[in-house]
Ligand binder design. Structure first.
Ligand SMILES: Cc1cc2nc3c(=O)[nH]c(=O)nc-3n(C[C@H](O)[C@H](O)[C@H](O)COP(=O)(O)OP(=O)(O)OC[C@H]3O[C@@H](n4cnc5c(N)ncnc54)[C@H](O)[C@@H]3O)c2cc1C
Length: 375
């Protein structure tokens, strides 16, 4: 086990995870280096995927490289050491992060942006394709598409009636145009609960022949399909697991203050409730008293505030507050170049909404790309 504590007076800022907020942090430190600070980025992958474009990859509108950012290049520009490994725990007393490979990394200021996990379901690891992490999901989709084209998959069940589940289902349907596959969507809550566009989307799912089973809890997946609450079975040759966000278990095990679901409890400055030198943003964090749905929109909004507060923490200055908007715009793609816009109780739809989303998404990725095709 190596200990990378340095015997010098510079402050060590350790960024864990290449999530949406940390992209803004890396860009900021690349644009304006912080004097007297040494940066490191810990990530299990060289690339960060922009999830908003992932359904478009599945549908065939984009290549995987169109929606990814080269973290190595972004880190190099920010003067940060890039460490290809993942965090397995934090020891706040020693100010160390332990990695999956057993390294111990010292920090003076720590920032967590590791996203959420897809959560557990009996049999899901073996028999369902999980939408997170993105890279294995896209590889699994390639295999599923080939099996469906060979006629081995005739029925596909998607579990999760939030925006990710709906988008991924409609994207798969578009990606399998001409293949005789049926789709079913299982959702414990009403599909797109809380979205102004839920009625429009219910109509679109119906028009496209998707069987929607809301109010049904899926309790297990196996090689023949799904088992529902109450023992009912649903036969399917493929299952895709796209339910809500779950907290990574190492967070609570590290002794950090968490919310009831195990996410890092942070103040409106994005500082941990238990350790002010630890910051967290994106899905892995919950701003206590200002909790919002776990979505990329909020992770993106937190990025510039996080960058500012990390600089202030390194300089020993008081951090500023993050003020989340009360609602956010959701642009939900429908597989083909068509999308539904949902903002509070209001909604709109059309091919122009898809083009609008496409422009926003491409612009986001372009902002963080330094080389051709995302490196
Ligand atoms: C298919 C799909 C479509 C979606 N579409 C939208 C959308 O259109 N709009 C929207 O607002 N939201 C969308 N979401 C939700 C959105 O993806 C998340 O809310 C968002 O990605 C959260 O961003 P983040 O910064 O928290 O972390 P993420 O973007 O999830 O990134 C976390 C990073 O941390 C790394 N990491 C993970 N664990 C560790 C570890 N232990 N150590 C080090 N690094 C680690 C990962 O490799 C990853 O690069 C979608 C989700 C999915 C699955």
């Amino acid at each position: 086990m190596t200990n990378t504590r340095f015997q010098d007076s510079v402050k060590h800022l350790l960024l864990v995870g290449g999530g949406h907020s940390h992209l803004a942090v890396l860009k900021s430190f690349g644009d304006t280096p912080a004097a007297g600070a040494r940066l490191a980025l810990l990530s299990p992958s060289r690339h960060a995927f922009y999830s908003g474009m992932v359904p478009g990859v599945v549908a065939g509108h984009y290549r995987p490289e169109d929606c990814r950012v080269d973290l190595g290049a972004l880190a190099a520009r920010a003067g940060a050491r890039f460490l290809l490994d993942s965090a397995a725990g934090v020891d706040p007393a020693r100010r160390e992060v332990t990695t999956a490979r057993g390294e111990r990394l010292h920090y003076d200021v720590l920032s967590l942006d590791t996203g959420s996990s897809a959560g557990g379901l009996a049999g899901a690891a073996e028999h369902a394709l999980r939408v997170r992490p993105v890279e294995p999901f896209l590889a699994g989709w390639e295999r599923l598409r080939e099996s469906a084209r060979r006629g081995e998959v005739r029925r596909i069940a998607v579990i999760g009636g939030g925006a990710a589940g709906v988008e991924v289902l409609l994207a798969m349907r578009h990606g399998l145009a001409g293949v005789a596959a049926q789709f079913a969507l299982f959702s414990e809550l009403p599909v797109l609960a809380g979205h102004g566009g839920r009625r429009r989307m219910a109509r679109i799912l119906g028009e496209r022949g998707v069987a929607v089973r809301s109010g049904r809890k899926v309790v297990a997946a196996d090689e023949n399909g799904l088992e529902l609450d109450g023992g009912e079975r649903f036969e399917a040759q493929a299952a895709v697991w796209a339910t809500g966000a779950y907290a990574p278990s190492w967070v609570a095990q590290s002794g950090l203050a968490t919310d009831a679901r195990g996410f890092v409890a942070v103040r409106d400055t994005l500082q941990s409730h238990s350790c002010p030198e630890i910051f967290a943003a994106g899905d892995v964090a919950t701003v206590v008293g200002e909790a919002r749905p776990k979505s990329g929109v909020f992770a993106v909004r937190q990025g510039p505030v996080l960058a500012r507060n990390l600089r202030r923490a390194l300089a020993g200055e008081v951090p500023v507050r993050f003020r989340p908007p009360s609602r956010s715009l959701a642009l939900i793609s429908c597989g083909d170049p068509y999308a539904v816009a949902s903002w509070g109780r209001f909604s709109l739809e059309g091919a122009w909404v898809w083009r609008w989303k496409d422009r926003i998404d491409r612009r986001f990725v372009e902002r963080y790309r330094l080389g051709p095709a995302g490196g």
